[in-house]
Design a binder for this molecule. Structure first.
Ligand code: MG
Length: 228
């Protein structure tokens, strides 16, 4: 500390992904004539979480998530629906819905205003979804580098995705860099593997499964301003 390079996660760190996903899920089911999203969401959620965990383990490319989660839901819940139609409607909905958490934009603006700071967005996600969100929320104004896992073929926690971010930032020193995110398994494990400091965004005061991964812990994004 103080850090000069901040790498930030998007989903559940800056962006209310739960709201985005719930609205997109209802929109996807409506596209195939199903109007009971609450009945199917828990099954979808378990399938989706399992697939993202496989992405983090390097067992599945990010882009495969797109249709596989719907193929599995259709099979598991015995739905009469085309997984591709569900997948297409869902991606559009995910891009269209959801907002930054309250206060997140103000923190981004304050960080971006600092000429001595480099800001990177490093997200495990699908290009179609994340680029639509980034454009709609005008996030590119704040970041010097934006790395989306499906575009680069590697996902957090693999060090290679951090290498892409550092290359986009013209290789700043890793000793003064920190990865900020809500996920111990992707953001913090990834930061560790990339040889940079870690900051856990933990707004709900969850117990940590592995404290050794955590250099800093914050409950509100505004606390970042004290780290730079
Ligand atoms: Mg996240």
């Amino acid at each position: 500390m103080p850090y000069a390079t901040l790498l930030l996660d998007l989903d559940h760190t800056l962006f209310d992904s739960d709201a985005s996903e719930a609205l997109a899920f209802a929109q996807a089911l409506a596209a195939v004539g199903i109007d009971e999203p609450a009945r199917y969401f828990p099954t979808y959620d378990a399938i989706n979480r399992g697939l993202w965990a496989a992405v983090e383990r390097g067992e599945l490319p990010t882009a495969a998530i797109k249709v596989v989660r719907w193929e599995r839901l259709v099979a598991t819940a015995a739905l009469d629906a085309d997984p591709q139609v569900l997948a297409d409607a869902f991606l559009i909905g995910m891009g269209q819905h959801g907002e930054l958490y309250p206060g997140a934009r103000e923190v981004l603006a304050a960080l971006a205003a600092r000429a001595d700071l480099a800001l990177g967005l490093v997200t495990n996600g699908l290009s179609e979804v994340q680029r639509a969100r980034i454009a709609r929320l005008e996030l590119d104004a704040y970041f010097d580098a934006i790395v989306v896992s499906s575009e680069v073929g590697v996902a957090k926690p693999a060090p290679a995705i951090f290498d892409v971010a550092f290359a986009q930032l013209a290789d700043p020193p890793r000793a003064s860099a920190v990865m900020v995110g809500d996920s111990l398994t992707s953001d913090l494990r990834g930061g560790r593997a990339a040889g940079i400091a870690t900051c856990w965004f933990n707004p709900h005061g969850k117990p940590a499964a592995d404290r050794a991964l955590i250099d800093h812990e914050i409950a509100a994004l505004a606390e970042l301003l004290a780290l730079v």
